[in-house]
Design a protein. Structure first.
Length: 248
């Protein structure tokens, strides 16, 4: 029977992994998407959309579909999915790997402020600036509705979900973005502080370079910790090695 790998997707790395696995003779790969993006990019192999019904539902799916390995390649902040995948893998004995691109690191000239949550990020803002470039995604904006009223420019791929801050301008856009693009945006909107999640990768990192060059402070929300006993692989070749496949 062909080996079957389940990829919990939604990231660029998940798409790359699915393509690499699907190109191998006799390999079956299924990518699962949460369904939060209305027009996801094309994927190699089989695709399923929607949740599993928690860790128990995922465990049952792994059994019924005879999955041989599961790779969590979701967003670094999808903590609930990661926890469910770890529990389901432990319950079924299916090998599990977490694919996480390395996080960002501050460099010379960066004015970064670390926050453990969106609420903590919001609390840090008033002394830092009043015109905020908010790039934390379309969920969780309620955390910024409390405290002093600031002006927010919110950028996300899909329309953000309410409640949102009173003074909010929404910009729908998908990366990657260039440093020139980000510098122009920050200047045109008179931004004086940037808020982002530590998603890592290059697709949205240009805003950090632009903020550094403009001398702007950046509030960076730290990633949630991985479940106990789970280690992350930083890239597709590392995942393939852990699964016992040679890199093509």
């Amino acid at each position: 029977m062909s080996p079957h790998v389940l990829v919990l997707g939604g990231t660029t790395e998940a798409r790359e992994l699915a393509a690499s696995l699907a190109a191998r003779p006799g390999m079956r790969v299924t990518t699962s998407l949460a369904g939060r993006v209305s027009r996801p990019g094309a994927l190699e192999g089989d695709v399923r959309v929607g949740g599993f019904g928690g860790a128990e539902g995922l465990a049952e799916w792994l059994r019924s579909q005879r999955v041989d390995a599961v790779v969590d390649a979701t967003h670094p902040f999808a903590a609930g999915i990661t926890a469910n995948a770890a529990r389901a893998a432990a319950a079924t004995g299916v090998p599990a790997v977490v694919l996480r691109r390395p996080g960002w690191e501050p460099g010379p000239g960066d004015r970064w402020h670390s926050a453990a949550s969106l609420a903590e990020a919001a609390a840090l803002l008033p002394p830092l600036g009043h015109r905020v470039f908010l790039t934390t995604g379309r969920l969780g904006l309620a955390a910024f509705t409390r405290g002093p009223e600031l002006h927010y420019l919110v950028r996300s791929v899909e329309p953000p979900e309410p409640p949102m801050p009173r003074h909010t301008e929404v910009l729908l856009a998908r990366g990657p973005f260039t440093v020139e693009d980000e510098t122009t945006l920050l200047r045109e909107h008179r931004i004086d502080v940037v808020v982002t999640k530590d998603s890592g990768g290059s697709a949205t990192a240009a805003k950090l370079t632009a903020a550094r060059e403009l001398g702007l402070p950046v509030v960076v929300v730290r990633r949630p910790p991985l479940p106990e006993g789970i280690r992350a692989a930083p890239d597709v070749p590392s995942v393939l090695a852990r699964l016992g496949f040679e890199t093509a």
